[in-house]
Design a protein. Sequence first.
Length: 327
Amino acid sequence: MFAMNANVEMAIRRLTSTDAEILLAFYHSLAKPVTDFYQPFGPVVQAETITTHLAETDAGRHISLGLVEPGGAIAGHAFILSIETEKPVFGIGLCDRVHGRGWGRALMQYVLEEGDRKKLPLVTLTVVKHNTKARAMYEKIGFALKGEETFRQPNDSFYMERTLPMDELSKAIDIGVKGALRDRALAECEKQLKAWGVVWPPFERLVFDFGLGDFYKTGEIECWIANEVGEGYCGKFLFVFDGQTCPLHHHRTKHETFYIVKGKVRMTFDGSVRAMVAGDVLPVPPGKVHSFTGHGPALLLEVSKPCIVGDNYFADMKIPIGGNYRP
């Protein structure tokens, strides 16, 4: 049971074949402004379609959750369709009477957490371009814009993707430095951390040259503490050697704050350059271009919204990750 306040209590629960009648009633109750852009089962929802959907849900092919009112009526439906395919599809619809009260976000969180428990590496969605409020909400919970799609008119919608939260780390590791160079860099980093009296948590280290092949010039070592997309936060340590640079970039959705733990850096932020030393803090809102270079070895703590690899937009388009990459 999920309770929003003392006076209103609703249940978010898995739907089964026994819920066909109330789920069909929910879709038939939706107002035209909703159905104009929310048609997961077509413009006219038939009983057979709902029965099939729930039977396939029972068989494990979909995730289907309902927001159920005390009287038994469904006031919201969230789902991930075709979870055994490469690109499962997420969707959510709410009755007008529950809009603006936090139920939509709660329902989204529940269904995406269900997907995370099933280790779905990718979840996709399509949102019409004029539904800017929905797009902003999807970005907040980890969906990244990937392209355009057609709903009614050519390219009238955005296609978005959300990856399994810590799978973002796997993506980064896949393009990280490997072999002897990685071993050398980690040994040098650990030696410096020991000299500082700093102990990193026992998680995977990412030795990263940003795909440019000159690690000690352009690169960093990262240790991800957490990247919880569903809960809305991320934390990681960033280490740079003397003269090593994290290259110029920005994020469209991620707000982050840097704290200098040890050492000094030259921080480029929003067109200006500043020196930052241990104890300094810098908030970086979405859209602000930034970069930093070690003035001697330096250790930073980054606290932010969830890290989505595709939400990095590097000024150097040769860097083979993120939204600006042009091969």
